[in-house]
Design a protein around this ligand. Sequence first.
Ligand code: 3PG
Ligand code: MG
Length: 411
Amino acid sequence: MMEYNTLDDMNVEGKTVLLRVDFNMPLDKKTFEILDVTRMKRVVPTLHELHDKKAKTVILAHQGRKGSWDFTDLSNHAKTLSSILQKNVTFVDDIHGQKARDAITAMRPGEYLMLDNVRKIPYETDKKSAEEHAKTPFIKDLSSVADVFINDAFAAAHRKQCSLIGFTVTLPSCAGRLMEKEITTLSKIVENPEKPSVFLFGGAKFSDMIITIERLFEHQTADKILLTGLPANAFLKAKGVNLGPANEKALLDEGSEEQFTQIKQLLDKYPDQVYLPSDFAIEENNQRKEINIDDLPVDKPLFDIGQKTIEGYENLLSSAKTIFLSGPCGVFENPIFMKGTKELFTYITTLDAFTIVGGGHTVAAVKKLNLDQKMSHISTGGGSLEKFMMGEKLPVIEALKEAKKKYVVTR
Ligand code: 3PG
Ligand code: MG
């Protein structure tokens, strides 16, 4: 038994459904065209099902944040979704006013309608309880013209925001198919991963990774963690390796002395479970040059892991039954520094392991390498995925569980 309702528990035929999705996508800075429609495509199964079951589907979504350049209206999102679905998606430039409500009440079974960017509502991003959010005009107005609330916004599941949890108080609520798949798949990895479970972390940030790694070991979600990219540099520095001024500066820009002390403590606590690179690639005369850890410090940025590290990591990954990937191994946008990412990611797809990929840049790398179809699960989450993997409770999922207690299944 699921702790929350799914679409299997809801009778949506002829019903007006409020569907909260995460269509927060990367846009082109000049043209505002959507650069990657993955998040949209991943909601298609839910959207098709609602159409086939003759629901009237009202889509609620956000894009950007107030004050950010990518904080746009959703007219282009509606157009793009329409071409993905090959069905009309009507855009209404209102959210809960009379215009929106009139458009909703005029809908016919099987139709789609998209309301405007919910973050235009001043209190949308308030961090409040579902009950408090439910008292707002936004939730009250739309609840008065809807029958069911469906949340498919896994990528925003870590936010306690109005449209994400408020409707679970006022309407029978359930998870959409994407939300269900993300929770089911990721729960297995967190609670009962097939062992050994190996995590490969890279990318250009390390601050949040310290606590993530601690939790992954504490909960025995991960047996081994292999580091590349900036996290690897941070851990090497914490161990006392002098990386050279360029690399040290990049680390100090993001992290504090205190964090390096925390990393040192983490390494002392789990000495055999965190692995660090033993060689690297730098740029010399526009060429890739590999250097050994003994060659450090260098006055050049470390742009990739080297051949020895690739082989060592392949060896460590070879027996894994669960593999989690987050963060490219180097500056993969540059062909000469794509090697580490390309070789390790490709190698992983040849193994008999359950492979999970998360995070925008990692997913982009996997797609660029044409490996997306070869991974077991690609999560749409960034921040939400990270929190989920750490074993934290996510407000959106908790709200759906609460809603299940209240709503007695009628079908
Ligand atoms: C995301 O892309 O991180 C989610 O859509 C949540 O958006 P936010 O980080 O702006 O709250
Ligand atoms: Mg975010």
